[in-house]
Design a protein around this ligand. Structure first.
Ligand code: ATP
Length: 245
C-alpha cells in the first residue's frame, strides 16, 4: 500500500532523511522506532505532504504522491495523527471530529456517511461521545490523543499514520490507546506508526524498522526486533508484553 524509495528530506542545510526505503502492505501495522531526532516525524510529514522530499519516491495505493499537497494526500486515503495531537483547543470534541470529515465532504460524501464515521469513532473511544460538547483544550492529554486519532479516522483513511501516540500520555491510557490501535488493525486498517516508546509500538505491530540519524539500520518482524540484543539494549530495557486487543 505504501512504498518509500530512497527518500531524502531535510530543513535548509540540514539533511535529515538520507535515502529511506520501506514498505507497508495492506492490513499490516508497521512500527518505526528510533531515538529523539532520528527523523521519525520528518518521515511521516514527508509522506503526508507537509514537507517536500528532496529526492526519492513515495508510492501510495498505486500512485506516486511525493510532492503532493497535504489535503490531496488525505483525499487519496492517507491520514496523519501528528505528534503533539494538535486538536483545535477552543472547539468542542464533536466539532473537532466533524472537521476531520472535511476531506469526505470534498469527495461529496453524504451527512449520513459522516454520521456513520462519527458513530465508528464513538464506538472506538466512548469517552469522546460522553464528552462531545466539552471544549477540546480542557481534555486530558490521553483524551486529546484519542480525539486526534478519531479526527484522522473521520476522513476514512486506508492508511493511518501516527506520530508518537504515547507521548505525554499516562501509562494506563497508553494501553487504552494501543488497544484501540489493535482493534483498528483487526478491522483491516493499515497502520504506520513511529514511536520512541518501542515497547508500546512493538506490542501491536507486525513488523518494524529502526531508524537512526535518518537511515533505516534494521528491519524485521516484531519478534525479530524484540529478540535483537541491540534493540533490547537501546529501546526496550526488559521483556515486552504483547497486546492483541
Ligand atoms: P522526536 O522523537 O524528538 O520527535 P524525530 O525522530 O521525530 O524526533 P525529527 O523531528 O524528524 O526527529 O527531527 C529530525 C532532525 O530534524 C532533528 O535534528 C531536528 O532538530 C531537525 N528538525 C526537525 N524539524 C525541523 C525544522 N522545522 N527546522 C529545522 N530542523 C528541524
Amino acid at each position: 500500500m505504501l512504498r518509500l524509495a530512497n527518500l531524502e528530506a531535510g530543513y535548509g542545510p540540514l539533511r535529515v532523511l538520507k535515502g529511506v526505503s520501506l514498505h507497508v502492505s495492506q492490513g499490516e501495522a508497521v512500527a518505526i522506532i528510533g531515538a529523539n531526532g532520528a527523523g521519525k516525524t520528518t518521515l511521516l510529514k514527508t509522506v503526508a505532504g507537509v514537507i517536500r522530499p528532496r529526492a526519492g519516491k513515495v508510492s501510495f495505493d498505486k500512485h506516486e504522491i511525493q510532492g503532493r499537497a497535504p489535503e490531496s494526500v488525505v483525499e487519496s486515503g492517507c491520514s496523519l495523527v501528528p505528534e503533539g495531537r494538535h486538536v483545535f483547543p477552543t472547539l468542542t470534541v464533536k466539532d473537532n471530529l466533524i472537521l476531520g470529515a472535511y476531506a469526505l465532504r470534498r469527495r461529496k460524501r453524504s451527512a449520513a456517511e459522516v454520521t456513520a464515521s462519527l458513530e465508528e469513532v464513538h464506538s472506538l473511544f466512548p469517552i469522546l461521545q460522553e464528552r462531545h460538547s466539552q471544549i477540546a483544550g480542557t481534555l486530558s492529554g490521553g483524551q486529546q490523543q484519542m480525539l486526534a486519532i478519531g479526527r484522522a479516522l473521520m476522513s476514512r483513511p486506508k492508511l493511518l499514520m501516527m506520530d508518537e501516540p504515547s507521548l505525554g500520555v499516562a501509562p494506563m491510557v497508553v494501553r487504552d490507546i494501543y488497544q484501540a490501535v489493535a482493534r483498528l488493525k483487526r478491522n483491516g486498517l493499515t497502520i504506520l506508526l513511529v514511536e520512541q516508546n518501542a515497547r508500546a509500538a512493538l506490542a501491536v505491530a507486525d513488523r518494524g524498522y529502526v531508524i537512526e540519524t535518518g537511515q533505516i539500520v534494521l528491519e524485521g518482524t516484531t519478534q525479530e526486533l524484540a529478540d535483537n540484543q541491540e534493540v533490547q539494549r537501546a529501546y526496550l530495557g526488559k521483556e515486552y508484553e504483547r497486546i492483541d486487543e
